[in-house]
Write a protein that binds this ligand. Structure first.
Ligand code: FES
Ligand code: FE2
Length: 436
C-alpha cells in the first residue's frame, strides 16, 4: 500500500486521501480485517423481530448471519453457516422458526444455536453435537433497541464505543414515548463504486444544492423553504448548521430547518403533539433538539441514520468488492403516529430516498462517476476533503464530519492516530433527561 494514505496537514488546513484506497484489493481485504473486525457493526432493530422465534437473515461485516429471537424471547445473532460443510442453515430473508435445518444434508439447529439433529448420526464415531456444539454466536449488545455485533474478542462495550454519539440515537428514539419502529419494506440497491464514497456522501452537506437541485427546485416551486436558509440559531446551531465529531470516528451534521414539506395540517398537528409530549417528558431544550434540528449521522464504520421530520432512515453500507457496494435501507418512524402521518413519511421515503426517488439515483450516479475517475489515480493521486478545515466550528456543508471518519479509518488501517479537530458538540442542555 502507498504511504501515507491520508494527509492531515493542520498547518495549511489540507486534508487528502489517496485514491488508491477506493480501488485496491489489498485495502479492501485489510478493511475487512482491521475495520470490520474490531468495530461494532449494526445488525438490526428490535422491532424487526418483535416475537419469539422471529428471524431475519442479512449480511453483516462480510458474514451471513441470522438475527433472531429464540424460543425464550432472547435476541440472538447466529452465523448462518452449517457446522458440517458450510451451507446456509436458513435461506429465507425473514420468518418464524424454532429450528433451522440445513438443506444440504439436513443437520438441524435450535434457534438458540445448538445442534439438535444429525441424520444418520449413528455413522459418526464421535457425536457432531459433542464435537461442535452449536452455531457460532458472536458477541452482541444493544443500545435502545439498536442491536450491534462485534466479531473481535477484545472490543470495548458498545456504549463506550458509541460514546457521546449515543445522543444521536436518543434524539431519534425520544420522538415518541414508545420509541421508534422499523416500517415494513426494505430498500436494497447496489453501487458500482467503493463503499467509502457512500459513507462520505451520507454526511455530505456540500453536494445537496448541486446533485439534488431538481428536488430543491421542485420544493421551491411548491412554495417550500429548503433547510439552512433561516436566520436564527437553534440551541446553539447556526442557520448554516454545523458538523461535529465524536471519538471512534462517529460524526454528524446538524442543521435547523427541519420542515415538513407538503404536509397537510393533520400531519403538522400530529407532529406538534409528539413534540409537546416530548417537552413534558424531557424539557424544551431537548425537545427542540429532537424536533427542530435535522441530523445526518455516520456511526463508524458503515451505519447511517438520517433523521428528519419528514422521514427517518437507517442505512448500512456493505463493501462486496473494491468497486461494488450493497446498500440496505430501512425506514423508521416514531411509534404512535397516526395513519396519515405514517403515509406521509412512507411517501417521502419513496420520492426522496427510494431506489428510484429524487435523491438516491443522483447520488449513485455521482459516486459511480467518481469511481470511474479513479482509473486516473496514477496521474491524480489525491481526493480532497479540506472544506471548512481550520474553522472553529465548521458548517453543515463543510467536511469535518468526513475527516473525523477518515481519521478513525486511518488509525485502524495504519496505526497512526490523528488528533480531533473540534470539541464534541451537544445540541441541547445536557441537564435535560437524555434518554428519558
Ligand atoms: S452442509 Fe449443512 S448438513 Fe451438510
Ligand atoms: Fe445526496
Amino acid at each position: 500500500m502507498p504511504d501515507p494514505l491520508v494527509i492531515d496537514n493542520r498547518k495549511d488546513s489540507l486534508f487528502q486521501v489517496d485514491r488508491e484506497v477506493f480501488t485496491s484489493q489489498e485495502v479492501f481485504e485489510r478493511e475487512r480485517e482491521l475495520l470490520f473486525g474490531p468495530s461494532w457493526l449494526y445488525v438490526g432493530h428490535e422491532s424487526e423481530i418483535p416475537e419469539r422465534n422471529d428471524f431475519r437473515t442479512r449480511d453483516v461485516g462480510g458474514r451471513s448471519i441470522i438475527f433472531n429471537r429464540d424460543r425464550r424471547g432472547e435476541v440472538r445473532v447466529l452465523l448462518n453457516t452449517c457446522l458440517h460443510r458450510g451451507a446456509s442453515v436458513c435461506r429465507h430473508p425473514a420468518g418464524k422458526a424454532k429450528i433451522f435445518t440445513c438443506f444440504y444434508h439436513g443437520w438441524a439447529y435450535r434457534n438458540s444455536g445448538e445442534l439438535v439433529n444429525v441424520p444418520s448420526a449413528e455413522d459418526y464415531a464421535a457425536s457432531p453435537a459433542d464435537v461442535y456444539g452449536g452455531l457460532h454466536t458472536p458477541r452482541i449488545e444493544s443500545y435502545r433497541g439498536f442491536w450491534f455485533v462485534n466479531f473481535s474478542g477484545d472490543a470495548p462495550d458498545l456504549r463506550s464505543w458509541l460514546g457521546t454519539a449515543t445522543y444521536l440515537l436518543d434524539l431519534a428514539v425520544d420522538q415518541s414515548e414508545d420509541g421508534i419502529e422499523v416500517l415494513t419494506g426494505t430498500h436494497n440497491y447496489e453501487l458500482h463504486a467503493n463503499w467509502k464514497l457512500l459513507v462520505e456522501n451520507s454526511v455530505d452537506g456540500y453536494h445537496a444544492k448541486s446533485v439534488h437541485h431538481t428536488y430543491f427546485e421542485m420544493m421551491m416551486e411548491l412554495g417550500q423553504t429548503p433547510p439552512m436558509l433561516g436566520d436564527a440559531d437553534t440551541n446553539g446551531v447556526p442557520p448554516a448548521g454545523l458538523g461535529t465529531e465524536f471519538d471512534n470516528g462517529h460524526a454528524t451534521l446538524i442543521y435547523p430547518g427541519n420542515g415538513l414539506p407538503l404536509a397537510n395540517e393533520n400531519v403538522v398537528r400530529n407532529l406538534a403533539e409528539l413534540r409537546e409530549k416530548a417537552v413534558q417528558r424531557c424539557g424544551e431544550s431537548y425537545a427542540t433538539a429532537v424536533f427542530d434540528l435535522a441530523r445526518n449521522s455516520i456511526f463508524f464504520p458503515n451505519f447511517v441514520l438520517i433523521d428528519l421530520n419528514f422521514g427517518m432512515i437507517l442505512r448500512t453500507i456493505m463493501p462486496v468488492a473494491p468497486d461494488r457496494t450493497e446498500v440496505t435501507s430501512w425506514h423508521i418512524a416514531p411509534r404512535g403516529l397516526d395513519g396519515e402521518s405514517l403515509q406521509y413519511r412512507i411517501d417521502n421515503a419513496l420520492t426522496f430516498w427510494g431506489p428510484a426517488g429524487l435523491a438516491t439515483p443522483d447520488d449513485v450516479e455521482a459516486l459511480e462517476q467518481a469511481q470511474r475517475g479513479f482509473s486516473a489515480r496514477k496521474e491524480l493521486r489525491w481526493s480532497d476533503i479540506s472544506k471548512g478545515m481550520g474553522k472553529t466550528r465548521p458548517a453543515a456543508n463543510d467536511e469535518l464530519q468526513m475527516r473525523a471518519w477518515w481519521r478513525q479509518w486511518n488509525a485502524l488501517m495504519t496505526g497512526e492516530r490523528l488528533p480531533r479537530e473540534v470539541d464534541e458538540f451537544v445540541p441541547f442542555d445536557t441537564r435535560a433527561p437524555q434518554g428519558a
